[in-house]
Design a protein around this ligand. Sequence first.
Ligand SMILES: C[S@@+](CC[C@H](N)C(=O)[O-])C[C@H]1O[C@@H](n2cnc3c(N)ncnc32)[C@H](O)[C@@H]1O
Length: 238
Amino acid sequence: MRQHVNPLSRYFQLPLKLPNPSDLFENYDQPIHLDIGSARGKFLLGMALMNPEWNHLGLEIRRPLVALADSDCTQLGLANLRFLFCNVNVSLHEWLLDLPNDLLQKVSIQFPDPWFKRRHYKRRVLQPELLIALANALQPGRELYLQSDLLDVIQPMVKLVEMSGCFNSFGDGRWLDRSLFPVQTERENYVLGQGLRVYRAIYYRNKNKVPELIVLEEKYKALDCLKKRILPFKTLDE
Ligand SMILES: C[S@@+](CC[C@H](N)C(=O)[O-])C[C@H]1O[C@@H](n2cnc3c(N)ncnc32)[C@H](O)[C@@H]1O
């Protein structure tokens, strides 16, 4: 199986219509936890087993992983878990626009990118347009959870979230010292097994107006941490 695919290639730029919650889940009025870049799906599977009162949707650009995750889900007969193939930067916006108010309550983006070189930042998942779509879909108090083992990857993500003005950070701007989820992702298991550091941040949607895309894009492009290493958080040990 391919380790990663280029999301900017023509094939992955074709928009897909993602099914509505009523076509995905048995109890479709339950709150949704959306996991972006769900890979093999073990994290969301564990979460769905532990939280039957939530629906869980994993989105993943590598189709074979979606098929494997889906088959686990079918075997276990879980009606609160689905995995879909798509490029979130192309197909998620429409789906979010059609969502009933306040159905999306939690979003996780965990160890998202193999594109750690700064010149590849356009291939990364969390782009201004996606952040704006998420900010529009999340009601005040709803959560956005980010984690990565790579500072060069997570720094632009937290900067982008903070520049949007739409989210408040938990933990006084410091990295969280542990995961807030009872289940670890596949990558998290691997990274922790290697004794490596994980950088985690959680944000809550505030009541601020969502900025214009063009404004956020300009600010994002000007980010120093896309050019050189700068610490946006007050980490003590970096
Ligand atoms: C390093 S893996 C981490 C997977 C999982 N979240 C974990 O922590 O174990 C990142 C995943 O995000 C997926 N991904 C990257 N860009 C994507 C995009 N634009 N749309 C959907 N999935 C994407 C990749 O295919 C990959 O499976």
